[in-house]
Design a protein around this ligand. Structure first.
Ligand SMILES: Nc1ncnc2c1ncn2[C@@H]1O[C@H](COP(=O)(O)OP(=O)(O)OP(=O)(O)O)[C@@H](O)[C@H]1O
Ligand SMILES: [Mg+2]
Length: 315
């Protein structure tokens, strides 16, 4: 187990004929944040469930805090906290009552449970709402309360399944701060996310999962470096997008991605500046005037698009 608080080795799990996890391995170093990044349906929740005794894998080995999860599911449960993807709080209890109840479930005395609930409510900025029923809480407050429930028993290892999905930017940043504080106090965190910026901002190590397979791992910097070259980004008028895409794809093949919503086209370059000029000339010849054009270092988005492309067989 050495320095790892979580270790999964070659974990596979089927749902009927669907292979939701295909020989997935992951390790999360003690006292660090590890992010599991992947799109909808990639297998993130399935993997978290196997690690937290909610689902038994068909094959593989899993250790949490040094304990064999498959052999000792009862024992390991007191060694981690879990905040699932969908908040699991009782609507009719107040925030304070919910946390006190969790404390009692973890065998704290009434007094300890009250103290711990108070502490956690403060940590999560919920003190002023502590005596209100959870059904009056906003989405962000529910997520925080749910996270709070996972903290009551002072877990050394914390699993957070999409902790910030659906939250407004301010609430997301507040949660990031809470996560950073927990790590400072020595907690190991494995979080799943669909947001590259979140993995980039929080994680010491990132695993990328897609269609049940682990397709990349490394620090954010390593993943970006693995892509090598810079990216040309062009912002276009809506009515120019498809024409520009056709012309540029002719030269750059599948290294072109278009986000219709932001009207941005990104082209992974082979030659940096030369490719910027090439793109500019193609657009000029076609009398397409972009709103913006520039060259930038690859972001984690570019890495993600590149590796998912490669695995899909496009080059
Ligand atoms: N109980 C189930 N029965 C059958 N198929 C399931 C079940 N749970 C998940 N799946 C399938 O397994 C795959 C992985 O699902 P999973 O929930 O792990 O994805 P995810 O990465 O957590 O996605 P999201 O970002 O949407 O939460 C999906 O194709 C999903 O439809
Ligand atoms: Mg999920």
């Amino acid at each position: 187990m050495d320095n790892n608080a979580i270790l999964a080795k070659s974990v596979s799990r089927k749902y009927g004929s669907l292979l939701a996890l295909d020989k997935v391995s992951l390790s999360a170093e003690k006292g660090k944040v590890t992010a599991l990044l992947g799109p909808n349906g990639a297998g993130k929740t399935t993997l978290i469930k196997t690690m937290t005794t909610l689902l038994v894998p068909d094959k593989g080995e899993i250790f949490v805090d040094g304990i064999d999860v498959l052999k000792n599911p009862d024992k390991v449960r007191s060694h981690f906290g879990l905040a699932g993807q969908f908040a699991a709080i009782d609507e009719y209890l107040t925030g304070r009552e919910s946390l006190e109840m969790v404390g009692r479930l973890y065998d704290l005395s009434i007094k300890e449970a009250k103290n711990r609930a108070k502490e956690v409510l403060e940590k999560l900025g919920l003190t002023s709402a502590a005596n209100r029923q959870a059904k009056t809480y906003s989405g962000g407050m529910r997520r925080r309360l749910d996270l709070g429930a996972s903290l009551v028993a002072y877990p050394k290892v914390l699993f957070l399944d999409e902790p910030t999905t659906g939250l407004d930017p301010r609430t997301r940043f507040q949660l990031w701060d809470i996560i950073r504080d927990l790590v400072k106090s020595g907690t190991t965190i494995l979080l799943t996310t669909q947001y590259l910026d979140e993995a980039d901002a929080l994680a010491d190590k990132i695993y990328v999962i897609d269609k049940g397979k682990m397709i990349a791992e490394g620090t954010s910097e390593q993943l970006k470096k693995s892509l090598g070259k810079d990216v040309v980004e062009v912002k276009l008028q809506t009515n120019q997008i498809s024409k520009a895409k056709n012309l540029i794809s002719g030269q750059f093949k599948s290294r072109v991605e278009v986000d219709e919503l932001t009207r941005r086209m990104r082209i992974r370059t082979v030659k940096g500046g030369d490719d910027l000029l090439k793109v500019a000339n193609i657009l000029k010849d076609a009398r397409i005037k972009p709103e913006e054009i520039g060259l930038h270092r690859p972001t984690l988005d570019d890495v993600f698009l590149a590796i998912t492309d490669e695995k899909a067989g496009k080059k």
